[in-house]
Design a protein around this ligand. Structure first.
Ligand SMILES: Cc1cc2nc3c(=O)[nH]c(=O)nc-3n(C[C@H](O)[C@H](O)[C@H](O)COP(=O)(O)O)c2cc1C
Length: 174
């Protein structure tokens, strides 16, 4: 499927509704709720079995997903602010809580669960600036440089910030 061309138009989310999806351990979508389909504009058939990057927005820096995967694949939960791309090219910002899904008998990771909700305009503005900076660094110097920048950005805010709650911490600062 061809990636939609992004347009500069935001989808306004209902603050009371969660956008929910589940994936297997590789990030292929295994479940999505009605609100996910409504906002992203895809049918269930278009989503199930597809990589979750189907809603990836080109404004998102790679380092965010690198940290995300490093964290969840270790079995740790994480929160992240993400800008997503809908099928019609519009975008929506969400605060996402990622959780690990485990086999109840073996404890092995069988996939992941993500529940997303809307965030305030104020937080979006700050995160959008940070992500634009990270993206620019990635383009010019690569992902290692953008990771360094993100770490020093967080260090400035406090000493004991861990990757597993990196985004929650960013969220708290503002
Ligand atoms: C449960 C779960 C939910 C995800 N939700 C999103 C999402 O809403 N938007 C997004 O861009 N990536 C999401 N991802 C991350 C994607 O798997 C992927 O890493 C990301 O889109 C970057 O694409 P790339 O790894 O192909 O560069 C999610 C991953 C998991 C495990």
């Amino acid at each position: 499927m061809q990636k939609p061309t992004p347009i500069d138009e935001e989808i306004v989310l209902d603050p009371k509704r969660y956008i929910v999806s589940e994936t297997d351990e590789k990030g292929k979508i295994t479940f999505c709720n009605d609100y996910f389909m409504e906002v992203a504009g895809y049918s269930k058939e278009e989503l199930i079995g597809k990589p979750h990057s189907i809603v990836r927005h080109p404004d998102m820096p790679k380092v965010v997903f690198k940290l995300l995967w490093e964290t969840i694949s270790q079995g740790l939960n994480i929160n992240a602010v993400v800008k997503n791309l809908a099928k019609d090219g519009r975008y929506y910002w969400i605060f996402t809580e990622f959780e690990i899904r485990r086999d109840t008998d073996t404890g092995k990771i069988i996939g992941y669960h993500a529940a997303r909700k809307s965030i305030s305009k104020h937080v979006i503005e700050i995160i959008a600036d940070l992500y634009a900076e990270l993206l620019e660094i990635e383009k010019n110097e690569g992902i290692e440089a953008s990771e360094k920048y993100l770490i020093s950005f967080l260090k400035e805010k406090g000493d004991d910030i861990e990757f597993s709650n990196i985004m929650e911490e960013i969220h708290k600062f503002y």
